[in-house]
Design a protein around this ligand. Structure first.
Ligand SMILES: [Zn+2]
Length: 334
């Protein structure tokens, strides 16, 4: 038996934030605890003006006596949304996601990233309010990062197929197609991403929905995500600054697509096209642009297959021995 949980309301568009009162009334939600990031005060003021509630910073120690709240809102970028989502899940409260940037596909998914870890399963947001006026004014590197997270679906789906064929793992055709389509649409529109942000926002929401339908992060998280998680873990350990999640996943997608190409003996991964699309949006395509030293990037690729038990294209190669060679061949390092 499979239990699919999806957001009840998804509002995408200019001025969507002003729909919040209506959405809360329709869902019978009262008295929010609002998690707000550092740069979101003016949007939070609007939200509080509409629905009241109390504002907390995601880094604030959440006191246990927050008993009188009926739901949780997360207003901000990736980490604020994730922390609010986890808090809502732990306290059995409904959650509304209000992203201020299209930086990753957690905006509507039932998964949240935790620092130095992989990701944890939570509930899907009950509603998603994505105001494209706010999101299109987010820093360009956040949008480029979301683009990297969206195109990572290409290799995530290839890895999932590999696990189906070789390990008899459950594979959902519908979830895989939906996830792949999100990547294809943003890829085809790489030159229009900044002028029409709704393309990327909708792709990230579809990508989240694909995970909900699959009941796992498989459709949107494969070997390229293992590479990104490995960089996060190494950055904690060795105290270097990691890049944004989607930026790391974008570079990981180049590596994974390259390996899929060699493995399948055909242009299945299309790593050159992926590299070109990332360049179109100004996203990093190599170690230097990620701002991470070549040595750590090599170490991250060697470590990636061990991050978690997930069968991917990494299992088809001796990564430990050839990491440097592979990274050079797909131009991630010189
Ligand atoms: Zn991701």
């Amino acid at each position: 038996m499979k239990k699919i949980e999806l957001p009840r309301k998804v509002i995408v568009g200019e001025g969507a934030i002003y729909e919040i009162k209506k959405v809360c009334d329709e869902l019978n939600l009262k008295t929010p605890l609002i998690f707000s990031g550092n740069f979101t005060k003016k949007f939070v003021d609007i939200i509080q003006g509409e629905i009241g509630g109390e504002v907390v910073s995601p880094d604030e120690e959440i006191k246990k006596n927050f008993k009188n709240f009926g739901f949780v809102c997360g207003v901000g970028g990736g980490s604020t949304i994730d922390k609010a989502k986890i808090y809502a899940f732990n306290n059995k409260l409904p959650f509304i996601s209000i992203p201020t940037a299209a930086s990753h596909d957690g905006i509507a998914s039932p998964y949240a990233s935790v620092r130095g870890g992989v990701s944890v399963k939570t509930n899907s947001p009950l509603a998603v309010i994505a105001d494209t006026t706010i999101i299109s004014n987010a820093p360009k590197n956040l949008t480029a990062s979301g683009f990297g997270d969206a195109i990572s679906n290409f290799t995530a789906v290839l890895d999932w197929k590999l696990a189906r064929d070789e390990k008899n793992e459950y594979f959902g055709d519908y979830a895989a197609s939906l996830s792949n389509m999100s990547a294809e649409i943003v890829m085809q529109n790489s030159k229009k991403i900044f002028s029409d942000i709704s393309i990327l926002v909708e792709a990230l929401i579809s990508s989240s929905v694909a995970m909900s339908i699959a009941g796992s992060s498989r459709p949107s998280s494969g070997s390229e995500h293992l590479f990104s998680h490995a960089l996060d873990i190494l950055s904690e350990k060795h105290k270097f600054t990691n890049a944004l999640h989607g930026e790391q996943c974008g570079v990981g997608t180049i590596v994974s697509a390259y390996l899929h190409e060699i493995y399948s003996h055909k242009n299945e991964g299309g790593w050159k096209e992926i590299q070109g699309a990332l360049k179109d949006v100004g996203a990093p395509t190599n170690a230097k642009e990620l701002g991470i030293s070549k040595e750590y990037v090599i170490d991250a690729l060697k470590f990636a297959p061990k991050v978690r038990d997930r069968y991917t294209v990494f299992n088809k190669f001796n990564i430990e021995e050839y990491a440097e060679k592979f990274l050079k061949e797909c131009e991630v390092i010189k």
